[in-house]
Design a binder for this molecule. Structure first.
Ligand SMILES: [Mg+2]
Length: 272
């Protein structure tokens, strides 16, 4: 009887930990399905080294393009994403984890963005300042939506960190689509884009906007393997982005038992 009573309590506690939204969940941050990914972002020297690696490659590409430039050529430009490429939302992830939440949370993100509490990506500011010094223009293209102040907040985030080219000519904010290609094509008419920077393949080309097909998205990337570390510089993001849409069918799934089951399946998937 005692044993049975104990199992009922144990089962109830296990259920409390497993069911998202349960009152006890906030107290149990260790139940966060993204805990390793967030801890890695917050602490790993390897995470930061990848930004230096990316920005060092970008600088080499700029130097090579400058050296190859001839009179009459279009001016050079660098096209970059913002979040997790130039600006790291590390305090946001800390807050989310502290609240016992897993997966991206739009209302918390939207309330946090105007606080200008982003961390500069290692190597980013130095690289953009180098571009400015060499006359290479930097264009920021981001996909965000925090209502009517979206643009003001995004510009404020860049200015708060003292980044060069933080002005209306160089910042594009897409609020109704994540498709960056129309703006990229517009810029390519006037400039020669030397390098594209992003933490999401979709920052480079729309063709990677593939949902619910992990192998298909990897195949699309493999078709462009020569571009990485050359025209495209990819930066790390294990917590969010379109890779999740390949797994879950959407990039910001709710934390449900179904989503967690898909996460387990993803972790067990081996692609060769
Ligand atoms: Mg990004």
């Amino acid at each position: 009887m005692l044993k049975k009573g104990f199992s009922v309590i144990a089962a109830t506690l296990a259920l409390a930990a497993a069911v998202p939204g349960h009152a006890d969940e906030a107290a149990d941050a260790s139940a966060n399905a993204l805990l390793y990914a967030v801890a890695w972002k917050q602490t790993a020297a390897e995470y930061r080294a990848l930004y230096h690696q990316g920005y060092n490659i970008a600088r080499d590409r700029v130097d090579a393009a400058l050296a190859a430039r001839k009179d009459g050529d279009k001016p050079l430009a660098v096209l970059t994403d913002m979040d997790d490429t130039v600006l790291l939302p590390l305090p946001y992830w800390s807050k989310l984890t502290g609240e016992g939440k897993a997966f991206f949370d739009d209302p918390i993100w939207d309330a946090w963005v105007p606080q200008n509490d982003l961390v500069i990506a290692p190597g980013a500011k130095e690289f953009f300042e180098y571009c400015k010094e060499k006359g290479v223009e930097v264009f920021y293209i981001t996909s965000r939506d925090q209502g009517e102040k979206t643009y003001e907040y995004a510009l404020g985030n860049l200015k708060a960190l003292g980044l060069p080219y933080a002005d209306e000519e160089h910042l594009t904010v897409l609020t109704d689509s994540s498709n960056k290609e129309p703006r990229q094509q517009e810029l390519a008419e006037k400039f020669t884009p030397v390098v594209y920077l992003g933490d999401n393949l979709n920052d480079f080309q729309r063709k990677y906007y593939i949902k619910g097909d992990v192998a298909g998205r990897i195949a699309a990337m493999e078709a462009d393997r020569e571009e990485f570390g050359r025209r495209f510089v990819i930066l790390p993001n294990p917590t969010d982005g379109h890779w999740m849409a390949a797994v879950f069918g959407e990039s910001e799934p709710a934390d449900t038992p179904e989503a967690r089951a898909k996460l387990v399946e993803a972790a067990k998937t081996v692609l060769r």
